[in-house]
Design a protein around this ligand. Structure first.
Ligand code: SAM
Length: 447
């Protein structure tokens, strides 16, 4: 849409661009086409566009992908988009993208994200869509240059800080192009940057706890001018020891640490309980009879190779809304790496009860204790379908904040049970097989 077409539409809809909604519409066809092309849309893609306005980017996406979802906060624009793109099969959501529920997007097997974002809520929208675990596989966004500079900032610069580190922990962010105010109506007072976000490969950084990383970075930058040990309240002597591991002086400031150094620092300051686990190759398991009676103890590898019966637990954590926490398994796991799984699960140790094992797995994997007693909701006999495991399935509530660690778990999220059912039905390949068996056994027991 060029400027005169836009002005005609604004008049027709009796719309004065809203500053509050960050309405600055692109009126340069070439730039709009260039931005949309950066998403490299294929016919198989599901694409979500935020703040489509009059459809400057949309018109280059419609008809080119399997599914296109538009999220627009302005009711008049949402109606316009529905009239213009609805007949082409485009889905228009009239709503606030900062409150958009991204979880159904996992059922798409991942989505591509694009938006010339409203500047006032750009960060909130990005956090909503890109915080891990995210259903977004790649993103092209336009934000005000000043903010874009912070996303791509490197150490020892004024723009380097919490915002950039939070994004860079999970994403490789590339500034593609800067544009001035000219291609917009009304013209903004600042320049804009077009950025590309690609997921950071999981082995790019040492395994760590994303929750601990976030809190250490936030605390570390709480007073930028101060030396880091003051912000972290770790004392100068402690600091000398910790920072020497990172090859830094005790007097180092937050803005001097690189992303890998922040990751290592978070591992040093708050070691996750799963860091103490012996390698799974050293694990010994009880072998049990067809009646689940212990008949001996053997190395895990032998138990699995000879397909001997043994014991395991799966735990589903439930929150007050009845949602279930699913974990995304680490890429480092020897079985089902990168798949969704029960909240916590594992083999019963020699001499341990199923219940004790469930409590231990919650601690080692999620760093939480259960609230009250666990409820046993299913019991599965050992068979080929359970990989020769007798499995007890527990439902639990928890107190405290879940914290995971990349050695075991990439990240996790709460989902409604009905959504998990639909997801398993649609994309069983996203899940570890044991999770599907245990989840379905629990749900079947409710019917
Ligand atoms: N994509 C269009 C373009 O490039 O011409 C419009 C971009 S304009 C900078 C931002 C758009 O985001 C506007 O259409 C505005 O109504 C919409 N918007 C503002 N806040 C929003 C929110 N919270 N959720 C969804 N859309 C929003």
């Amino acid at each position: 849409m060029n400027l005169s077409e836009l002005q005609t539409q604004l008049k027709r809809l009796d719309l004065t661009p809203s500053r509050k909604l960050g309405q600055s519409f692109l009126v340069d066809e070439n730039i709009a086409a260039w931005i949309a092309a950066q998403l490299q849309v294929t016919p198989d893609d599901c694409v979500i566009e935020i703040g489509p306005g009059f459809g400057a980017l949309t018109r280059h996406l419609a008809g080119k992908c399997r599914r296109l979802i538009l999220v627009e906060a302005d009711g008049r624009l949402a109606r316009f988009l529905q009239e213009t793109y609805g007949p082409l099969g485009v889905e228009v959501v009239h709503g606030d993208a900062t409150a958009y529920d991204v979880r159904p997007l996992f059922l798409e097997g991942g989505v591509k994200f694009i938006g010339n974002l409203p500047y006032s809520v750009g960060n909130a929208i990005l956090s909503r869509f890109l915080d891990s675990p995210s259903p977004v596989r790649s993103a092209i966004v336009m934000v005000q240059k000043e903010v874009g500079d912070r996303f791509v900032a490197v150490p020892r610069t004024k723009d380097y800080g919490v915002l950039g580190l939070m994004l860079q922990e999970r994403w490789r962010v590339t500034a593609l192009r800067t544009v001035g105010p000219e291609p917009f109506h009304p013209r903004p007072a600042v320049d804009s940057t077009i950025l590309r976000f690609d997921p950071r490969p999981p082995d790019d950084l040492p395994p760590h706890s994303p929750e601990v990383f976030r809190s250490v970075v936030k605390q570390g930058f709480s007073q930028r001018r101060k030396q880091l040990h003051n912000n972290l309240q770790i004392g100068k002597e402690n600091a000398a020891e910790i920072f020497s591991v990172l090859d830094c002086q005790a007097s180092v400031r937050a803005e001097e640490l690189s992303l890998p150094q922040w990751v290592r620092l978070s591992n040093l300051l708050d070691p996750h309980p799963c860091g103490d686990l012996p390698p799974s190759a050293d694990e010994s398991l009880e072998v049990v009879t067809e009646n689940d009676e212990v008949s001996g103890v053997l190395p895990r590898r032998e138990v699995h190779q000879k397909k001997l019966r043994h014991r395991a637990v799966h735990v589903f954590l439930q929150n007050k809304s009845g949602e279930i926490y699913l974990q995304l398994r680490s890429h480092l796991k020897d079985t089902h790496p990168g798949k969704w799984d029960s909240s916590a699960s594992g083999h019963v140790d020699p001499g341990e009860t199923y219940d004790d094992c469930a409590v231990r797995e919650l601690w080692e994997e999620l760093w939480v204790r259960p609230r009250g007693d666990l409820t046993r909701v299913a019991r599965l006999s050992a068979s080929a379908a359970t990989d020769d495991e007798f499995i007890e399935v527990f439902l639990a509530e928890t107190k405290g904040k879940i914290r995971v660690h990349g050695k075991e778990i990439d990240s996790g999220r709460w989902f409604a049970p009905e959504q998990i059912e639909e997801w398993i039905e649609k994309r069983p390949q996203d899940f570890a097989t044991g999770c599907i068996t245990c989840f379905q056994a629990w749900r079947a027991g409710l019917r």
